[in-house]
Design a protein around this ligand. Structure first.
Ligand code: SF4
Length: 311
């Protein structure tokens, strides 16, 4: 099936997914944490899959069945969407619907000017940046041998310097692989050059390709959040909760759970949430007892973060 959903996405609202890679997964990477299984077709360059007419017809038919239009049409493939040599033409055709188009890419092919040109047509692009160190890149992303670290990095910087839409980065953190402070600082320095609108930090939330892959704990996630923030990045967490990033709604419990899934909540902010919602000061302790949130300490300061291990 080419189109699916819409699925709720914290980043994109209601997102109609477009899988422009047919059959088994086809990718330039074989990431150890990949949540769509092992890479069976491992290729380093673009190919022709579906025609733009096929993509357009599938989306048109799907939209015709929906009660409400989605917020985004999102290329999120069973593999790497930029491997599709017709991606640019498909994006151009889909624009006729008047719905913004998003692409979630591993960024490995951005050394190719044609890929950069195709992606420049999208309104919203997320690029994967898991490592700014060649050995760690090879360990976590397991790239096709014809790809080079420097080539991918140069392509990423070239795209970021010219792209006019909403650019996001996504870093998937794996315990003991890329979640060390020094590696995250290196990563943050590369992302700072990319200047994304938002830098997302994610953890594996579904069964990974390699069984050895583990999520970092809350303390490591909190540390990563601060390292990225201190590098000047607008940072958000993707911990697998799709709650709204709400302000103060009158529901202190909901606000704490939603906000802590996106940002660690510091003591002053927690006090403000409780005060504005006229909630009991004991609520954070109660949520800790219920294992909904956890207390973590970073540079002698106390934070609350959503407890993803409860799931
Ligand atoms: S780039 Fe995406 S699809 Fe490809 S192996 Fe990595 S996680 Fe899986």
């Amino acid at each position: 099936m080419i189109s699916f959903g819409p699925v709720p996405s914290r980043r994109l609202g209601q997102s109609l997914g477009i899988n422009n890679i047919p059959g088994d997964k086809i990718c330039t990477y074989a990431c150890i944490y990949c949540q769509v299984g092992a890479t069976r077709h491992y290729i380093p360059a673009r190919e022709s899959f579906y025609s733009p007419e096929q993509i357009f017809a599938a989306v048109e038919e799907h939209l015709g069945k929906l009660q409400a239009m989605p917020d985004y049409l999102t290329f999120v493939a069973n593999g790497e969407p930029t491997l599709d040599i017709h991606l640019g033409e498909s994006i151009t055709r889909l624009k006729i619907f008047g719905i913004p188009v998003a692409v979630i890419t591993n960024a490995s092919l951005l050394g190719d000017q044609q890929v950069r040109d195709d992606l420049s047509l999208a309104d919203w692009v997320s690029v994967k940046v898991d490592a700014n160190d060649e050995a760690i890149w090879k360990k976590i992303n397991r790239p096709h041998p014809r790809l080079t670290f420097d080539g991918c990095k140069e392509g990423l910087l070239a795209f970021a310097s010219s792209y006019k839409g909403f650019l996001a980065t996504e870093t998937m953190m794996v315990d003991g692989v890329n979640d060390g402070a020094e590696l995250l600082q290196q990563n943050a320095s590369l992302i700072a050059k990319i200047k994304p609108a938002t830098a997302y930090l994610a953890i594996p939330t579904r069964p990974p390709a390699m069984r050895s892959v583990k999520k970092p704990d809350e303390a490591a996630i909190n540390r990563a959040y601060h390292i990225y923030s201190e590098a000047g990045l607008k940072t958000e967490l993707l911990l697998g909760f799709e709650g709204a990033d709400a302000g103060f709604t009158g529901d202190a419990r909901g606000d704490i759970l939603n906000i802590s899934a996106v940002h660690p909540i510091r003591e002053e902010t927690m006090g403000e949430i409780l005060r504005k919602n006229r909630a009991e000061s004991s609520l954070p302790d109660q949520l800790v007892r219920e294992k909904e949130i956890r207390v973590v300490v970073y540079q002698d300061k106390k934070f609350w973060i959503r407890n993803f291990t409860k799931r």
